[in-house]
Design a protein around this ligand. Structure first.
Ligand SMILES: [Zn+2]
Length: 342
């Protein structure tokens, strides 16, 4: 009996696995389990065995049956997966694939929000070149030739022969190149501009990336003074950050504004106690000030009649301050685990 069982198993392995269709498999099934199968004959033979041999023989037959069933199951699975691969690539009855919806990148979201907030105050969105002449970027903004920002260590220069009037070309290190361009475009104030663009500087650490975005505000009209500037900042910070964040103006020096300020906002990561991001509890939102008369003159505006204020702030820093992000490089690492949180 042992040798017969071994023979059935040997055959089964080859025959079952070589079945090419379900019909094939059914035929093979009958061959192994049908009335005339060897297995059936063996089962009947048990009745003729001496009483003490019956239990062992029964166990052996059951073992073979289980083994064969297993082989049939495997063959069935293999055949059905082959069949589904062969069938039409489009099954109109199959449930649709769920398309994962993404969302705008944080920087794009912030740009939309900033534009919307300032548009409520009448500021219009303008775009100015990200590769611009030295004249618009520095010279017209009252920045002397020896200003550190004009140094190659700070600014990326384009390899091209300089223009006799406008000088070299640079990757704009700030959005302030839009100031004089906007004055030339409008010619006669009032001017209320928001210029948003990518800026480029040789810098990288937790709070700087070599490419970043700035938004530049410029307002020029008659009788514009510092309270107008403060009111505008308050309106923006309360709408963008919420009423809990506090700002302060710190006297500073910029060539293109007089007087000049740094605008700081309390750090939300540490609530003003000091942390890796802010160090002192305050974060610098950016520079601001009253437009320097020489800059107005560059743009062809009469400084006796008109005055104005300007500010240029980094969008990535602004997002970091709003979202408690302590490393702004995360914004550009495209790690979905980070981006999905917003
Ligand atoms: Zn902090």
């Amino acid at each position: 009996m042992d040798s017969q069982i071994a023979k059935i198993l040997r055959e089964a392995d080859q025959i079952i696995l070589s079945a090419k269709s379900r019909e094939d498999l059914e035929r093979v099934y009958i061959k192994f389990f049908g009335k005339n199968s060897d297995l059936n004959k063996l089962t009947k033979k048990i009745l003729t065995l001496p009483k003490e041999q019956k239990p062992k023989a029964g166990q052996q037959i059951n073992l073979v049956k289980r083994e064969l069933e297993k082989l049939f199951e495997e063959a069935k699975t293999r055949l059905s997966s082959q069949l589904s691969a062969l069938s039409s690539p489009i099954d109109p009855t199959a449930p649709g694939k769920r398309i994962q919806l993404g969302h705008l990148h944080l920087v794009s979201q912030a740009i939309e929000e900033i534009v919307e907030i300032f548009s409520k105050l009448g500021f219009l969105l303008q775009s100015y070149p990200e590769i611009d002449w030295d004249w618009y970027t520095f010279e017209s903004l009252n920045m002397p030739k020896n200003h550190p920002a004009r140094d190659e260590w700070e600014t990326f220069f384009i390899k091209a022969s300089p223009d006799p009037k406008y000088g070299s070309q640079v990757l704009t290190p700030h959005t302030s190149n839009g100031q004089v361009r906007e004055m030339q475009r409008v010619k006669k104030p009032p001017i209320r501009m928001i210029n948003i663009a990518r800026c480029y500087r040789r810098q990288i650490d937790v709070s700087h990336t070599p490419m970043f975005h700035q938004f530049e505000g410029l307002l020029i009209d008659k009788n514009v003074s510092i309270p107008d500037l403060k009111g505008t900042f308050n309106f923006f910070t309360q709408n963008f950050f919420g009423p809990d964040r506090v700002t302060r103006l710190r006297p500073h020096h910029f060539r293109f504004t007089e007087p000049s300020f740094e605008v700081d906002i309390t750090c939300d990561v540490c609530d003003g106690r000091g942390c890796r991001m802010c160090k002192s509890g305050w974060l610098e939102l950016g520079g601001a000030g009253m437009v320097h008369p020489k800059v107005l003159k560059s743009g062809g505006i009469d400084a006796q009649i008109y005055s104005g204020f300007a500010f240029g702030w980094g969008i990535e820093r602004t997002i970091a301050m709003k979202t408690n992000t302590d490393d702004i490089r995360l914004l550009y690492q495209n790690d979905i685990r980070f981006l999905e949180q917003f």
